[in-house]
Design a protein around this ligand. Sequence first.
Ligand code: BGC
Length: 764
Amino acid sequence: MKRREGQPIGGARPSRRSVLRGGLLASVALGGRLARARASVSKADDARFEALVAQMTPEEKAGQLSLFRSPKTTVIVNPEGFHQPNRAEAIEDVRQGRACGYFNGFDPAFHRALQRAAVEESRLKIPLIFAGDIVHGLATVFPIPLGEAASFDPELCRRTARIAAREAAAFGLHWTFAPAVDIARDERWGRVLEGAGEDVWLGATLAAARVRGFQGDDLRDHDSLLACPKHFAGYGAVEGGMEYNTVDISQIALRQTHLPPFHAAFAAGALSTMAAFNDISGVPCTADEALLTGLLRDEWGFRGLVISDYGGVPELIAHGYAEDEADAVIKALGAGCDVALGDDLYLRHIPELLRDGRLPQSVVDRAVLRVLRVKAALGLFEDPLRGLERDDPTPAMRLPDALALAREAAQKSIVLLKNDGDLLPLPRSGKRIAFIGPFVSSRHDVLGAWTLMSDPDHVVTLEQGVRAALGEGAEASFTPGCAADAEIDGGFAAAEAAARGADIVVLHLGEAASLSGEAASTTAILLPEVQQRLADMIVALGKPTAVILKHGRALALAGGARNAQAIVCAWFLGSQSGFALADVLFGAVSPQGRLPVSFPQSSGQEPFFYNHRPTGRPQTGPDAAFKARYREVAHEALYPFGHGLTYSRIVYGPTEASAAEIAGDGAVTVSARLKNAGPRAVVEIAQLYIHRRAAAITQPVRQLRGVLHVALAPGEEKRVEFTLRRADLAYVQPDLSLTASSGPVEVWIAPSAAGGSPASLRLA
Ligand code: BGC
């Protein structure tokens, strides 16, 4: 069944009116009890499912709490060594009720056979659930989530998630392990790529949008996917940015920084979440009762299910938290981790633990009930074969609307960091342009991590995009120069010759796809050494040079890559990468993306993020002595959060507040005039920041509270207005409540976290 697309949920659309209002701030609830349990998991169904649970054997209950890798999966995103039955074993397991479902399989015919075995041959006929890591598209690949976050556009994120859900649902999937909503502030961590970057408001806003996109209007619709915001919680705070590492943070930091995107995702209707691999202050999330039950269910009122991360239950032993497998099961299930992902510990141990009384039946039953409720919310009891009708869903893949959206999303994800002398946009004719670098013609490393169905034949390379834009007779050459991390025979010499023979050089440099993502933490966020040498050599030739970066994290730019005249952040842009890049490079569209992560001066500044707490000795002015900073570099970004140029020049007037005080539940209007003083019509992303001074817990030097996408014709001026309410100024207090206590406030409307001049007001 096809439903009407939802209304835009955020990021005011460009408008012709001269005043643009943003009233979106309070729409992201950052804490508190979830407003309403979704009708789809209403308590009314509970009696029916309690009766079903009462009929189940301990083995059948253990089965409902275990989700396995699909026997047919060709997708290698997890380590071997956990439970993975072959096809015949899986069918038999299902007949015996020994599985809740399977993940990362893309064979509808086989999944149909499994589902038939479940609903026709198993004793209780409970349908299976099929899941997958559908993170940034399936056959149509959208920009990596961090790249898409650079659009600062929740509606775009909702739309791409909608198409991802449509394609995945055509393969019979019901559940995606996405969105990842971890706030990530240490760029050494490889998984920065999966989230929305370092800002809480942006993270929460995009988390909610992506949930709405995946889940659609009704989970029973055939093109809807159950969302699973992950990784709950604090995974982005792993020490030193090292993958799978420990986390030791205060409850205040957890609540103020890491939990709001989860809260927003649940408030948007997400009915599952994944427990993170990490511990928080010594308690692994998989077995953290205070987190999975105390906070999530008792405090917030969440009614969905919690799944472990892959092998998270056995890993409790390596964590030093559980004595043995049985102990791990008792601790995880007891804490509220309802389903084990990937391993068979629940399957093997629950029956025996129930029989000997070490695991209370009520603990097992409540988990099973949660699974059944979610399966019901997806309509699986009535419609178990949803999405499994076709053996070959290929005709439903990469439809024209999907590809058009992939191109639009890629265009809006591109961030122009620097454009000295207006080198960009490039002329379409009359100049010879040398495109140099390992990625100029490569079909690999375009899509990024979490592409489970990547097909190089469906990737548009930079070369293809440029040739399509310039047509026959293009005066463009394409020379790799080196591989992503190694020299190639004659590569540097050919690159030098190409550059010398050209009027303009475009260097395409960055990370191979394997350098960013899970298990891809790094000690230094630098370009691979060979590419750095290539950049230094080419830029030293003195030709006008633009650098296009391919990356899953902020990079510390140096040498030629930093000093080139123009620098473009292009992330991993997905299926339509080459077209979108050419659209921006040759000016068919103006860049409008903004950095969702700060680019530091140097790797050693990490973790470096704009919304840090103030210190007693802030670095202000040029005097560096006895100030909070490193010796070698100023304590400031090379390119700050929120930064991004357009092909025009936007001038911001001063920030003004309509009143000097917010009393009671009142509000103030914060406004500024923007003028397009340049030659082109562009979309400017105006950003509202706040700072709470003299707070009971010191507050970040700035925090984003809203954005507006402002369309401005050449010469046009518009006033942008944001409504700032008391709730927008709340922060986590010493008693952990989220309260807007009185005190001074500074507000900025600015083009980035480092721009603008503040207006002052007071919260009474
Ligand atoms: C990742 C999860 C993912 C799971 C299943 C884990 O290693 O941390 O994000 O959903 O694997 O593929």
